[in-house]
Design a protein around this ligand. Structure first.
Ligand SMILES: Nc1ncnc2c1ncn2[C@@H]1O[C@H](COP(=O)(O)OP(=O)(O)OP(=O)(O)O)[C@@H](O)[C@H]1O
Ligand SMILES: [Mg+2]
Length: 410
């Protein structure tokens, strides 16, 4: 038997203390190879029932079976396994591997007593698939491993990763090509080609970033996400104050209250509360979750004077933000004029909007249109309102990059 080599981040694969292990990242980071090798070793050590799942598995060729077989051969262990068309079994320990496609009805039939699940290409899993899979794996000490290349923050598997943040029984690990000690030259050439060709595509394919339609995105290039920082005293900000903005929700849209300030030329956002399905009288309670909401002026969506006057009666210093032709574009240009926007990690919904706030794209011609796509604009509307009076007072001072270049020539 040859010695197997695994990257150090693969070591927890042999440990039993965790229930979830999610390895996510870009192409060629050895996610699949590492898990396959570890499972083969575990199959030889103790009797284990493995279930290898994918969302889509039309035939056994779509499964991890071939990779597991290759690992068995590479490790010189083929004498110890019996390999049939649809399954793999260890002759001494009796460990078994089964392969299923989750999108098929009844895919989990006959999979009782599973010890370890491995879901590869897990970015494809639907919510429904995860919801039927996870509760079926209930044997004490059972473990779920998922390997994936992140696509969008809406993906069911990404929601699971978010839910498991900080869970003591979860291993969440970003792995990229740098973490693969055997990253092959042929993949490296492909990687460098992508790096030259399209930076956004590169970030997605090789660095494990979310898929982006880069030219339609409005703000993602200006935002720094996931930060931890304290709110400075008001006197220590660039203009001695905080800014509050509110967007009102109708039907499925959220109510949003956001707090921001300007410091060192950056715009800082440390609070963004999103309330879904909130009754009018509860808006006040929601606002009270934002420190200082009753002390500082709030600028809000001016299309609902009724809500504004209700909130005034409840003691908030709130008024409608000035609106006018071009106010969305002006507001965006104003927000883009800062050195950048720093967002606190607790603003979960707003961070998602940072990545997804975008212009509409004409589906047939792929042209980016001067119309904001609805859905990920609520926090941004609130932020635009917060600064609407300041932007207006500085009218004419907001210069685009092009204008700046022209000015630089003189
Ligand atoms: N233990 C290993 N020994 C030798 N080579 C390895 C090993 N692990 C990975 N490699 C090499 O790295 C390449 C990429 O590994 P792998 O396919 O597991 O990456 P991945 O992260 O699953 O990528 P993808 O996102 O494309 O699925 C493999 O094709 C193989 O050449
Ligand atoms: Mg893989």
């Amino acid at each position: 038997m040859t010695e197997i080599q695994l990257p150090d981040w693969g070591e927890p694969l042999f440990e039993g203390w965790w229930r979830y292990m999610l390895l996510y990242g870009g192409r060629g980071s050895a996610k699949s190879h590492t898990v396959a090798a570890a499972l083969v070793v575990r199959a030889a050590m103790t009797t284990t029932r493995f279930l290898c799942v994918r969302e889509f598995q039309n035939s056994i060729d779509d499964s991890a079976k071939q990779l597991l077989e290759d690992k068995i051969y590479d490790m010189g262990m083929h004498g110890r396994f019996s390999i049939t068309k649809y399954g793999i079994e260890h002759k001494q320990t009796g460990s078994t591997f089964r392969f299923r496609g989750m999108s098929r009805p009844g895919s989990l039939r006959g999979t009782e007593g599973i010890d370890v699940v491995w879901g590869d290409e897990a970015q494809d899993f639907s919510r429904k698939s995860l919801r039927s899979l996870i509760p079926t794996i209930r044997k004490p000490g059972s473990q779920l491993i998922f390997t994936l290349n992140p696509q969008t923050p809406q993906d069911a598997i990404w929601k699971l990763i978010e839910k498991l943040q900080g869970d003591p029984k979860a291993v969440l690990r970003l792995v990229n090509w740098r973490d693969n000690p055997w990253f092959p030259e042929i993949l490296n050439e492909e990687r460098l080609r992508d790096l030259r060709r399209d930076k956004d595509e590169y970030q997605h394919i090789w660095e494990g970033q979310f898929l982006s339609r880069s030219n339609a995105l409005i703000m993602s290039d200006r935002c720094q996400l996931g930060l931890e920082f304290d709110c400075p005293p008001a006197w220590d900000t660039d203009d001695g104050r905080y800014y509050y903005g509110a967007d009102f929700g109708f039907a499925a849209d959220p109510n949003v209250l956001i707090r921001a300030w300007i410091k060192d030329g950056y715009l800082w956002v440390d609070r963004a509360v999103f309330g879904y399905g909130i009754e009018l009288p509860d808006i006040a309670r929601m606002y009270d979750a934002v420190p200082g909401a009753r002390d500082w002026p709030i600028l809000a969506d001016s299309s609902r004077p009724d809500i504004i006057s209700m909130l005034r009666n409840l003691g908030f210093n709130i008024e409608g933000a000035p609106k006018g032709p071009g106010s969305i574009e002006d507001g965006i240009a104003f927000l883009r004029s800062f050195n950048g926007i720093k967002v606190h990690r607790r603003c979960v919904e707003f961070q998602e909007e940072c990545l997804r706030y975008s212009y509409k794209v004409d589906k047939k011609t792929e042209q980016v249109l001067p119309v904001v796509e609805s859905g990920f604009d609520h926090g941004w509307d609130a932020l635009r309102y917060a600064f609407a009076l300041l932007a207006k007072s500085m009218n004419g001072l907001v210069v685009s990059d092009e204008e700046m270049n022209d000015l630089d020539m003189f």
